[in-house]
Ligand binder design. Structure first.
Ligand SMILES: [Zn+2]
Ligand SMILES: [Zn+2]
Length: 152
């Protein structure tokens, strides 16, 4: 029987990375943490994050400072949105008005250079492409080099 690798797949907040021994995988959580999860727990949905999902609801305070490990995707998105100036045009096609703040590396870094504003179409196109790229572990390839410039 051919063994199917889960590497590159996404389960809730977890992006599956390298396969370890005994059916375990190194997974990166949307919050930035790395955690090790058994494939059964990924498949059956028992494990949806590094554990941060359970603590997210406790961090409702908008004034709370960045809490590193405890902050989930929404808080990160808000952090970026508050600091990233929306450009006049989509940063990919440069013709359409931008609509979505999108992540480049799919690692959801707390780093403005890892984000860009895209129009709907580019966002969908790139997300589709990122799925393929993630599967081959080359998530950075395919993005125009000039768009990797730091915007800080
Ligand atoms: Zn997490
Ligand atoms: Zn566009």
């Amino acid at each position: 029987m051919r063994k199917i690798s889960l590497t590159g797949k996404r389960f809730a907040n977890l992006l599956v990375g390298n396969e370890l021994q005994d059916g375990k995988y190194e997974c990166s959580c949307d919050c930035g943490n790395t955690t090790i999860v058994h494939k059964h727990n990924l498949r059956n949905g028992n494990t949806k994050s590094c554990g941060c999902l359970r603590s997210v609801s406790k961090i409702g305070n908008k004034n709370a400072s960045w809490k590193g490990k405890q902050v989930g995707y929404n808080a990160l998105h808000e952090w970026i949105r508050n600091r990233y100036e929306k450009p006049e045009f989509c940063e990919h096609c440069e013709t359409q008005p931008p609509r979505d703040l999108a992540n480049k590396s799919q690692k959801y870094l707390r780093d403005l250079s890892d984000w860009w504003y895209l129009c709907r179409k580019c966002h969908m196109d790139l997300d589709g492409r990122n799925d393929q790229l993630r599967a081959s572990n080359h998530s950075r390839i395919g993005i125009p080099i000039k768009l990797w410039k730091r915007r800080v």
